[in-house]
Design a protein. Structure first.
Lengths: 455, 297
């Protein structure tokens, strides 16, 4: 009987009609994107009927599922999607092998030949490039500004135009770090960031001219800039002169801290501005944006956080249609407007930056022209590595930061200058570990960029 | 079985009935095992891209501090399972086996309930409990003792937090095994011991423990194997990371990171084989211990 059931069910499965995918399949990992893409896809599909083109079917998958399914499909050489959006923190896993074995189409030559490369903000290609080849169309730029509670700052008589560096910021905002309920504990902090949050650490080290790997793929983990930033971050997060609180994004506790005025300022990439506008409407009119304080006088006033690319897996059954759709979607003015209006994200297409929708005053940011402020900083976003070891290096740098925090507490040393030598030592250890790990990789050892595994 | 009965079936019939199992076993167990044994001596960027590396995966494993951190964390977790969780399960089982406890069925249900809701639920809930600022633990401790609400349990005490979450999940599960074993303890022996003047501790030590020993050995083996396969709990509680400084890194999380985050299925296979050998060792020890117990009996 069991055998009979097994046989019958096998036959049934073999002949069961599966869902036929009509057209090309497009995977994205967020509903925000899906909502924006809906009208563009609808238009495409209407035109597709008349022009005998493949229609597009969009699916929203959780990021983990999207990454695993894409990776599994590439490994097993089975079809997954025809177009897929990949987030910055996930891209490294797709770049680990030899460059010709990366599972996405190499778009470098097409981008150059079709003139698209010149239309797009150059730094936006970096995270999607490996060993000199580009594997995706950038969705965004994601410059970072500093967002602050204008109501609190102005009530305290602080003039933010005098804040040029992080040292200025510390001095100016110190009076706002206070015990609001007189219970002896500090309740309000000047900055919402933490040394264990990878995006916070990466944003600040990139701003300072540090990072994980340089453009040739060589590790720069133990750079002076990284050590300086990590030492300063620890002095912000622990000790008598603490000015920062851990107020994570997308968490009820983090949002509560922001809504109740316990966080005065936060690093604010354009996409996060959109999240705050949608999720924390009560802060509307109380916030303002300013360029990030620099690490030294005259230094860079912005950084970069997060990012997405649109890639075409090599398993697609119609590259040409997928590529045509990708360009129509990502280079479209309508989408750029949607992207900004719904999510406050500025397009990487430089030609669109003078469009009127970016000039509008935003009531949420107290009437500032926030779009324009982000665009002003967009060309200055720092280079970001796409090394397959980037995420590992970043994780280990945070471990070094945790180690430095323990050192600071144990030795009762919180001055960033005093912490600098230990920060440098910990980062040198980290870099050595990463180099050892890279030296194991037989696929990228000796390759010019993204590798550096010849140590 | 008589000869006439045996002749009723052709010789191939047993093999025919074994065929469904064998085909599934060969396709889904034997073949992947063989493949992973081969891959353990290769470096991969996905299954399609491989280079033979000899024993380098194993030698790197021995040198990699993260591997030893994973071994240490997994061992701590396993020790906590065996020395904290199982005695607690036994204690609960003894308590709920006592006729003096009222509504025993309800209590059993309450302690067993976390198993019914599943590990992901427990992991998410535990993550919320240990959260800074708004987590139930910190808020309660702050309210009671003025404890620092910002205390980062999931950064400073990752393994204890995982152990507490696993304790909540599995204490009731293992209790059921012990409860079943306790209900099979010969009551005549217990009464005879009592008549002979044995106190409660002596009865427990000399009658109950020997009677439940096979079940206890089995539960210990299950706990060890489960502990060495710990994955979902840290993966979910630590947001798909191993926590700061790999404080929540377990062997299977390490294997997963290497195989699926870094794409080196060869190295992950090598880790898997080391893990399999360790678990096989535990199973052998359990078998030997059981045989010794049976011989003693």
């Amino acid at each position: 009987m069991i055998l009979l059931i097994a046989l019958l069910s096998s036959v049934a499965i073999a002949f069961w009609p599966s869902d036929e995918h009509e057209g090309l399949v497009f995977w994205t990992f967020t509903r925000h994107h899906a909502q924006m893409y809906g009208p563009v896809i609808e238009d495409w599909n209407q035109q597709a009927e008349q022009a005998d083109l493949e229609p597009i079917q969009m699916h929203v998958l959780s990021m983990g599922a999207l990454n695993r399914r894409t990776q599994s499909g590439m490994w097993a050489k089975t079809p997954t999607s025809d177009l897929v959006e990949i987030e910055r923190s996930s891209v490294a896993q797709f770049m680990a092998g030899p460059v010709d074995k990366v599972g996405f189409y190499d778009l470098t030559d097409r981008l150059q030949e079709e003139g698209i490369y010149d239309q797009i903000n150059a730094p936006s290609f970096a995270p999607w490039s490996s060993r000199g080849r580009i594997f995706g169309l950038p969705h965004d730029v994601h410059p970072v500004l500093l967002c602050y509670r204008a109501d609190l700052v102005e009530a305290a008589g602080i003039d933010v135009s005098n804040i040029k560096t992080w040292a200025d910021f510390e001095r100016a905002m110190a009076p706002l770090v206070s015990d609001l309920d007189n219970d002896g504990d500090t309740d309000r902090y000047a900055l919402g960031l933490w040394y264990t949050a990878p995006q916070n650490v990466e944003t600040l080290i990139l701003q300072a001219g540090g990072g994980t790997f340089d453009e040739d793929g060589k590790p720069i983990i133990a750079s002076e800039a990284n050590a300086r930033v990590i030492a300063r971050m620890i002095s912000w997060c622990v000790g008598p002169n603490r000015i920062a609180i851990d107020a994570p994004e997308f968490s009820p506790s983090g949002n509560e801290l922001k809504l109740t005025g316990r966080v005065v300022a936060a690093l604010m990439p354009d996409w996060l501005a959109g999240v705050w506008m949608n999720d924390m409407k009560d802060l509307g009119g109380k916030l303002k944006l300013m360029p990030m304080p620099a690490w030294e006088e005259g230094g860079r006033r912005t950084s970069v956080m997060g990012g997405t690319m649109l890639a075409i897996p090599k398993t697609t059954r119609d590259f040409d249609t997928a590529w045509t759709f990708a360009k129509e979607l990502y280079l479209s003015e309508d989408l750029a407007e949607q992207l900004f209006v719904s999510n406050h994200i500025i397009s990487p297409v430089v030609d669109l930056w003078d469009k009127p929708f970016y000039q509008e005053k935003q009531p949420f940011f107290s009437g500032q022209q926030s779009g324009l402020m982000y665009i002003e900083q967009a060309p200055h976003v720092p280079y970001r590595s796409s090394s397959p070891y980037h995420q590992i290096a970043l994780q280990k740098m945070m471990d070094a930061a945790s180690g430095l925090k323990d050192y600071a507490v144990k030795n009762n040393t919180y001055d960033p200058d005093a912490l600098f030598p230990e920060a440098k030592r910990l980062l040198e250890e980290t870099e050595s570990l990463i180099k050892q790990e890279m030296s194991r990789n037989v696929f990228i050892a000796g390759q010019s960029a993204g590798g550096g595994g010849d140590e | 079985m008589s000869k006439s009965t045996a002749r009723q079936y052709p010789a191939w019939v047993p093999y025919f009935f074994l065929l469904p199992f064998l085909s599934v076993f060969l396709v889904f167990i034997a073949y992947p095992m063989l493949l992973s044994a081969t891959m353990a001596f290769q470096q991969n960027a996905g299954p399609g891209v491989s280079e033979p590396v000899g024993l380098k995966n194993f030698t790197w494993m021995l040198k990699d501090p993260a591997f030893w951190t994973a071994v240490k964390n997994t061992t701590i977790f396993a020790a906590a399972s065996v020395f904290i969780q199982l005695p607690a399960s036994l204690g609960l089982a003894l308590l709920l086996n006592s006729e003096r406890i009222k509504a025993r069925g309800l209590w059993r249900m309450i302690f067993f309930a976390p198993v019914l809701v599943g590990l992901p639920f427990v992991a998410v809930l535990a993550g919320l409990i240990f959260e800074k600022n708004t987590g139930l633990l910190n808020v309660t401790l702050h309210w009671l003792f003025g404890f620092d609400v910002e205390f980062p349990w999931m950064q400073e005490f990752v393994m204890p937090a995982l152990i507490v979450a696993a304790f909540w999940m599995y204490v009731g599960f293992n209790m059921i095994y012990f409860l079943a074993a306790l209900q099979n303890v010969n009551k005549d022996l217990l009464e005879a011991a009592q008549v002979d003047g044995a106190n409660a501790w002596q009865r427990f030590r000399n009658v109950t423990i020997p009677a439940i020993k096979p079940v206890a050995a089995f539960v210990i083996l299950l706990s060890l194997i489960g502990s060495f396969q710990l994955f979902e709990l840290p993966y979910l509680m630590l947001n798909e990371t191993a926590g700061p400084e790999n404080r929540g890194l377990t062997l299977v999380v390490y294997l997963y990171q290497q195989g699926f985050d870094r794409g080196d299925l060869g190295y992950a296979s090598a880790v898997g084989w080391v893990l399999a050998i360790v678990l096989f060792g535990f199973a052998i020890i359990q078998r030997m211990t059981s045989k010794t117990s049976e011989a003693d009996a």
